[in-house]
Structures are given as structure tokens and as C-alpha cells.
Design a protein around this ligand. Structure first.
Ligand code: NAD
Ligand code: UDX
Length: 467
């Protein structure tokens, strides 16, 4: 079946960039991205490309090329479903905050609402593609809803998880390591799989397009994120040992990463992993394991999260200890709030937990992040509900200039690895800080030897030389 029109429900960090790239690479396919969030759709349609709701390097150019040609952003979900041969579901699947599985299971209410809406609207056969990350066997629930509430039309369900990482989304979409498509093994299932293979084959080499059964595809996504997060927690666990023994985590990472069986990527010690995926997907995996009575498996993966929480708390504890056991009334500057560089996304950013811990010790924080807005930062703190909004606003200030943010500070904490931090005038920063001037590098990006020559007292995560 040749796909002429694609609809994508959910214009977020995945739906927006993914569909923009499909539209750019497939000018013969009409791509309509829909969302119930009106302001998000308005931002995707804004003539000022700086106002796109998702910041990703290179995305503005792609949107500029395809938007209005074969890429459309709309709030008219019904119309887009009706028009499309293939419907991607790319809505959020957050951790449940209520009821059974609270704090662990994925909340599938948005997925179910989409399935019911597709069933209600569709008058012709459709291929429904799970783009969101879902627990293994969700496709059977979607199929059930579609078959029992639909208008008698045929649906094929495919699983096509997205492996892009934020900050490199465009690059990852243009040149993915692989595209994974899971589908039914029936003849109709094979036809549906082939339709989606044909879409990707417009720019991706065929040998990188992998097809599997639906359950393998769904589970591979959770597995990939669990393995990646596990590497970060493993190296972070070693960073503590480095600090105690005088070893250096960057040297250890390099030494083990040169073993081709281990590989060099994803071995950068940090203040902890963040982002909307790792924690949510591992908790989901833990929940699935528990629901099958596989407690040892559940415990094994849960340690990845426990280690990550430890790393975040350890970082703020260390700041307090080194600032003579009190940060009350002291000004601490945060460089970075995003969960990683080159994104404006702050979901599960370690900066939030570190700030919350320090604010509870009555520190005054000033934040500088090149892409994250002031409203976002306050919203992140308000969501925790640790203190009133007024208290958050009086204890934490947001600055749009790093030199103002560091003026009269007792300490600087690097929470995100933005490249520009390396090129600051550190002498000027030092001159304007209170002494002794401390730097806590939670991302291991600064040249601490140079900073120490200026006069800073530096604490580099995972380096045993000063801690
Ligand atoms: P997001 O929150 O940025 O976007 C989801 C969008 O879906 C929101 O704009 C929301 O308004 C919309 N939505 C929800 N219900 C809707 C409905 N019924 N009709 C229309 N629109 C609806 O989320 P995201 O980061 O894009 O993630 C989406 C999915 O992709 C999740 O399952 C996530 O786990 C997965 N994923 C995310 C990433 C990532 O880097 N963010 C990477 C791979 C996979
Ligand atoms: C992740 C997966 O990489 C991606 O394949 C999936 O589709 C979505 O989840 P993302 O969360 O966007 O992507 O970014 P990623 O680069 O994986 O980083 C996640 C977190 O781990 C960030 O906070 C990052 O700073 C941290 N990290 C990553 C480290 O601390 N050290 C590393 O070596 C790598």
C-alpha cells in the first residue's frame, strides 16, 4: 500500500521533529501533525522560527523547507485522522501519578483516548503506528479498542519506537543507527510493515530498517533505554570510588571504552541522567517485571534509578559540605538547567533536584541557562510542591547573562554541559565572586587545572584529586 497522507497525533519533542524530517524527505507524502494543545500548534506555525516549541539544532531549516508544502500543523484532529492512510500516535506516556502502579507504570490514558478517537472517526482502513514508547503488549489493547469501537474498518497496528536523543534529534532522524518496525506476522500485517518500510526507505539504507514482531519491537525500546541509562549509572557508581581513591573517572572511562566489547559512548560521569525517557521507561520495565512476579529482574533494573538519585543528592551534599557545612543565605550560581546541552527540555533534569535540596538548606540560587525560560524553571520547582511559589521566587532568580549570575556568588555549580560555558571569561568571573570562589563541575567539562591557576577551588565530579 502506497502511503499518500500521514497524520501524527502529538506535536511534541518526538512528533514535531520526526514528522518534519519525514515531510522533508518525502515531498510526495502529505504530513499533518495534530495536537490538542493550541499554543503548541500556534508555535509550530509561527513565522518566527525562533519560536518553534522545540529547540533542536537544524530543525528550523527543515521546518522552513517543508511547512506549507507538505507539512502542516493543526488542531483539527478528526479531519487529519479522516484524511490519513497512516496514523502515528506520538503522545506522552508519563509515569502514572495515581491509582494502581502509581509512580511506576506508564500512564496510557492519552494513548487510549487516541485509539478511541481514531476508531470513532475512521471510515476507511488505516495503519496505526505506535511511535510513543509503550509497555510490551500495548498493541493488543489498542487493537482491541479499535476493533470493538470502530466503524467496521480494518486496522493494522505497527510498533515503530523512536530512538532519537534530544539535542541531536535532526541528526539522529536523518542518519539513524536503525529504524525498528514491528508488525503482525499475517499477510495484511506484512503489507502494513512494508508500507512503513517504503516511507523510511526514501532516505534510510534498507539494511538499517529492521522488521520484527510487535512485541519484540515494543520491548526493544524499553531495553535500549534501560541499557543506556544503566551505563550512565554504572560509570557514576565508579565516579564515587574515583573520588575516594584518587583515580579520575575520565581516565577510567577512556581506558575501559577502548575495549571494543565495551565501547566508548555513554561513559561520561555526570550529576545524574535526566530527560523524559530514562527514568520513566525503567520504572515501567520494573513494573512489568513485577507484574510477572519477576522480582529479581525488577530489583536489578531499579538499582539504575536508585544510583541516579544517589548521584544527584551526593552532588548537592558535597556542595554543602565544602561550603563549610552551611549554604544558608549563600549565593550559588547554576550554570545550566536543561537535562543536557542543545535542548530547552528540562524534564527530570538533575538541576531540579539539586536546586530543591539546596533551597531546602536556604541557599540563594541564580540560574543561567542559554535556552531554558524563566517560566519553565519556576514551573519545574512548583511541580515539586516542596515550598510555596513565592518562596521559590524569592530564593531562586533567573539571569540571562552569566556574568550577572555569578556576581558576588560563593560558588558555581555546572549542571548542564553547554559548550559556551567553556569559553567564558573565567578570570572576570573569578574577580567578581566572593572568596574563596568555588566551582563544582557536575559535568566534567571545565579545565579545572586552568581554573585553579586563576584561584578557584574546583571540585570535578569523579576526580579524586581534591575531594
Ligand atoms: P511531549 O509531551 O513533548 O508531546 C506529546 C504531545 O501529545 C503533547 O503536545 C500533547 O498535548 C499531545 N497529546 C496528548 N494527548 C493527545 C490527544 N489525545 N490528541 C492530540 N494530542 C495529544 O512528549 P514527547 O517527548 O514527544 O514524547 C512522546 C512519546 O515519545 C512518549 O511516549 C515518549 O516516551 C516517546 N519518546 C520520547 C523521546 C524524547 O526524546 N522526548 C524519544 C523517544 C521516544
Ligand atoms: C534518550 C535515548 O538516548 C534515546 O535513544 C531515546 O530515544 C530517548 O532517551 P535523551 O534522553 O534525549 O535520549 O538524551 P541522552 O543523550 O540519552 O541523555 C540522557 C541523559 O543522560 C542526559 O541527562 C545526559 O546528560 C545523561 N548522560 C548521557 C550522561 O550523564 N552521561 C553519558 O555518558 C550520556
Amino acid at each position: 500500500m502506497k502511503i499518500k497522507t500521514i497524520c501524527c497525533i502529538g506535536a511534541g519533542y518526538v512528533g514535531g521533529p520526526t514528522m518534519a524530517v519525514i515531510a522533508q524527505k518525502c515531498p510526495h507524502i502529505k504530513v499533518i501533525v495534530v495536537d490538542i494543545n493550541e499554543s503548541r500548534i500556534a508555535a509550530w506555525n509561527d513565522n518566527d522560527l525562533n519560536k518553534l516549541p522545540v529547540f533542536e539544532p537544524g530543525l528550523d531549516k527543515i521546518v522552513e523547507e517543508a511547512r506549507g508544502r507538505n507539512l502542516f500543523f493543526s488542531t483539527n484532529v478528526d479531519q487529519a485522522i479522516d484524511e490519513a492512510d497512516m496514523i502515528f500516535i506520538s503522545v506522552n506516556t508519563p509515569t502514572k501519578t495515581y491509582g494502581k502502579g502509581k509512580g511506576m507504570a506508564a500512564d496510557l490514558k492519552y494513548i487510549e483516548l487516541c485509539a478511541r478517537q481514531i476508531a470513532r472517526v475512521a471510515k476507511q482502513d488505516k495503519i496505526v503506528v505506535e511511535k510513543s514508547t509503550l509497555p510490551v503488549r500495548t498493541a493488543s489493547a489498542i487493537k482491541n479498542i479499535l476493533d470493538h469501537t470502530g466503524n467496521g474498518v480494518q486496522f493494522q497496528i505497527l510498533s515503530n519506537p523512536e530512538f532519537l536523543a534530544e539535542g541531536t534529534a535532526v541528526e539522529d532522524l536523518l542518519m539513524p543507527d536503525r529504524v525498528l518496525i514491528g508488525g503482525d506476522t499475517s499477510e495484511a500485517g506484512k503489507v502494513a510493515i512494508q508500507s512503513l518500510v517504503d516511507v523510511y526507505a526514501n532516505w534510510i539504507p534498507k539494511e538499517r530498517i529492521l522488521t520484527t514482531n510487535v512485541w519484540s519491537s515494543e520491548l526493544s525500546k524499553l531495553t535500549a533505554n534501560a541499557f543506556l541509562a544503566q551505563r550512565v549509572s554504572s560509570i557514576n557508581a565508579m565516579s564515587v570510588i574515583c573520588e575516594k581513591t584518587g583515580a579520575d573517572i575520565d581516565e577510567v572511562s577512556k581506558a575501559i571504552g577502548m575495549d571494543s566489547r565495551i565501547g566508548s559512548k555513554f561513559l561520561k560521569a555526570s550529576v545524574g541522567f535526566g530527560g523524559s525517557c530514562f527514568q520513566k521507561d525503567i520504572l515501567n520495565l520494573v513494573y512489568i517485571a513485577k507484574s510477572y512476579g519477576l522480582n529479581e529482574v525488577a530489583d536489578y533494573w531499579e538499582q539504575v534509578i536508585i544510583m541516579n538519585d544517589y548521584q544527584k543528592n551526593r552532588f548537592s551534599d558535597n556542595i554543602i559540605t565544602k561550603l563549610y557545612n552551611t549554604v544558608s543565605g549563600k549565593k550559588i550560581t547554576f550554570l545550566g538547567w536543561a537535562f543536557k546541552k542543545d535542548t530547552n527540555d528540562t524534564r527530570e533534569s538533575p538541576a531540579i533536584k539539586v536546586a530543591d535540596n539546596l533551597l531546602s538548606e536556604q541557599a540563594h540560587i541564580e540560574v543561567y541557562d542559554p535556552k531554558v525560560t524563566e517560566e519553565r524553571i519556576y514551573a519545574d520547582l512548583e511541580y515539586l510542591n516542596t515550598r510555596t511559589n513565592e518562596e521559590n521566587r524569592s530564593l531562586l532568580k533567573v539571569q540571562n547573562n552569566p556574568y550577572n549570575a555569578t556576581q558576588n556568588s560563593h560558588a558555581i555549580a555546572v549542571l548542564t554541559e553547554w559548550d559556551e560555558f567553556k569559553t567564558f571569561d573565567w578570570q572576570k568571573i573569578y574577580d567578581n565572586m566572593l572568596k574563596p570562589a568555588f566551582v563544582f563541575d557536575g559535568r566534567g567539562i571545565l579545565n579545572t587545572a586552568e581554573l585553579e591557576k586563576i584561584g578557584f577551588i574546583c571540585y570535578k565530579l569523579g576526580s579524586g584529586t581534591r575531594i
